[in-house]
Design a protein around this ligand. Sequence first.
Ligand SMILES: Nc1ncnc2c1ncn2[C@@H]1O[C@H](COP(=O)(O)OP(=O)(O)OP(=O)(O)O)[C@@H](O)[C@H]1O
Ligand SMILES: [Mg+2]
Length: 254
Amino acid sequence: MIPPIINVKDIGYIYPDGNEALNKVSFNVSRNEAFGIIGPNGAGKSTLLQLLIGILIPRSGEIKIEGMPVDKKNLALIRKKTGLLFHNPDDQLFCPTVRDDIAFGPRNMGLNNDEIEICVSQAMEASGTGHLSHRPPYTLSGGEKKAVALACILSMQPEILLMDETSANLDPGSRRQLITVINTLSQTKIIVSHDLDFIWETCSRVMILNKGSITAAGETGLILSDRFLLEHNNLELPLRLQGCPVCGSYTVRG
Ligand SMILES: Nc1ncnc2c1ncn2[C@@H]1O[C@H](COP(=O)(O)OP(=O)(O)OP(=O)(O)O)[C@@H](O)[C@H]1O
Ligand SMILES: [Mg+2]
């Protein structure tokens, strides 16, 4: 049997002020899988992503990436393999121009100028950010910043992509483009979102977190069509399953 690329066992996390964010959370993610994490505000989703990349260290339990424990000793290697797209793109953009920001990761990894150029061009093409290349990031709109932050992660070609609310604030066209990009990326992906239609179109499996614990996990179609389960977790059926309020008909895509 192929071992999972991400193995999370019984992790717990309590913030320094005493807020318990996660309690005995366990799950595995297979290589090249697209795994969704959903749940109400404050469920612990963003905390979990930060634990996976070692920004936070669990109080209890263990996380392994490719069999390596996420600890201080392995942190540099884990960060090379794993890219986190933060909820707020302002946390990710700090260079004078968009191109500098996208080139920052590959340069930091010690690539030469030709290699950096290839990584930057590919990332800009995949994220549709070429036209923003010379703009200072702080002048961009919220959606444009999200696309550039995605390019910053893609330019480092991580094996695992962690995405926190990546579709929020995107216009419908940009959201659709993001879905296409995500579905063409072969990397292992963990996608956190309140946009359940976005999860429906990008993830094969999904887990619900609520108050720091897993309340359900399974095949996306099964979990996201269970009205009772979703409502019990302060969620709603994806729009595609809600039916037209006028004629009652359904449009199921993807
Ligand atoms: N820096 C912090 N210090 C103390 N408590 C925190 C901190 N960050 C988050 N928390 C708490 O930890 C819990 C989990 O927060 P987290 O941000 O992981 O939730 P989330 O599922 O990502 O929510 P949302 O959907 O609103 O983004 C919440 O109770 C939150 O108030
Ligand atoms: Mg969050």
